[in-house]
Design a protein around this ligand. Structure first.
Ligand SMILES: C[S@@+](CC[C@H](N)C(=O)[O-])C[C@H]1O[C@@H](n2cnc3c(N)ncnc32)[C@H](O)[C@@H]1O
Length: 274
């Protein structure tokens, strides 16, 4: 009997999701929900990616690091839209292989490079980049302060970061929090607020955009589309895992409607030198 994906450690789940994200049915759903077709697993929409590239002031000659880049969404989109140079990093190697292929297909190989790297210990020189981005990555990893500190180190003084993440609103009951955590990415709960974590790691927050309404809209659309493609998805995921997946999709919409979960975008400037 195969182990349920929901019983596996987070990184194994990311790897399996990544492998399935390029199936034609998943790409079709991604187009309908986010407007992209990169095999993405974040909730980043094309409108949001357009906002991020402005916040990061991307342009030809600028160097961007996209952390937790998966198979290239939205890092490759940024390169395509602005002509900036992008280094894409993640831990699962096979996700980056999809990104390498997509960069070649989009004629971006000259300005894109790829590296297997842990967000908490980035293997790049101090001040090597003008900007750093990550899409729903901090809610997928535990060492958030180390990741923010590491990204600060590799960005030059005055450089920019912009990132999204799913988070739990403050002031909700312990029981509500438990319900929200159960249908969220593995490391959604934080003891510190994101502004406090940014300040503690050498970033000066400049923008905070609440994306919860768009997230609710995307979550409803995702649920509807997965229900509509139930036969194909059951074949891909197996009956038990797909039933659990749909249960979580429905519970997520309910949690969002009750205001127990949110999705946010932060942008910040690197304080000091370096
Ligand atoms: C929600 S996915 C987003 C992927 C991609 N940016 C997208 O939009 O499709 C989160 C990503 O974070 C990566 N990740 C988790 N922990 C990481 C770590 N410690 N270092 C680097 N990447 C990590 C996962 O492998 C996964 O690809």
């Amino acid at each position: 009997m195969t182990t349920s994906i929901y019983d596996q450690p987070p990184m194994e789940r990311f790897k399996r999701e990544r492998a399935l994200a390029h199936a034609p049915v998943r790409l079709e759903i991604e187009r309908l929900v986010c407007g992209s077709d990169y095999g993405g697993t974040s909730w980043t929409t094309v409108d949001e990616a357009d906002r991020v590239l402005e916040l990061l002031e991307l342009a030809p000659g600028k160097r961007l690091l996209d952390v937790g880049a998966g198979s290239g969404w939205p890092g490759l989109y940024f390169a395509n839209a602005t002509g900036c140079e992008v280094v894409l990093t993640d831990i699962p190697f096979h996700g980056l292989v999809f990104a390498v292929e997509r960069a070649a297909a989009d004629d971006l190989s000259d300005i894109c490079s790829f590296s297997v790297a842990d967000a908490a210990a980035l293997p790049f020189g101090t001040g090597a980049f003008d900007a750093v981005s990550h899409s729903d990555v901090l809610c997928c990893l535990e060492p958030k302060l180390a990741a923010l500190r590491s990204s600060r180190r590799v960005v030059r003084g005055g450089g920019r970061t912009a990132f999204t993440m799913i988070s739990i609103p403050p002031g909700i009951s312990a029981a509500d929090r438990e319900e929200a955590v159960a249908v969220s990415p593995p490391f959604t709960h934080t003891d510190e607020t994101y502004p406090a974590m940014l300040a503690a790691t050498g970033w000066r927050a400049t923008d905070h955009i609440d994306l919860t309404d768009v997230f609710l809209d995307s979550s409803r659309r995702m649920q509807r589309e997965e229900e509509a493609h139930a036969d194909e998805l059951t074949e891909m995921y197996g009956a038990k895992d797909f039933a659990e997946r749909l249960r979580r999709r429905r519970a997520r919409v309910d949690i969002l409607e009750r205001g127990l979960l949110r999705r946010e975008l932060f942008a910040a400037t690197a304080s000091g030198d370096g």
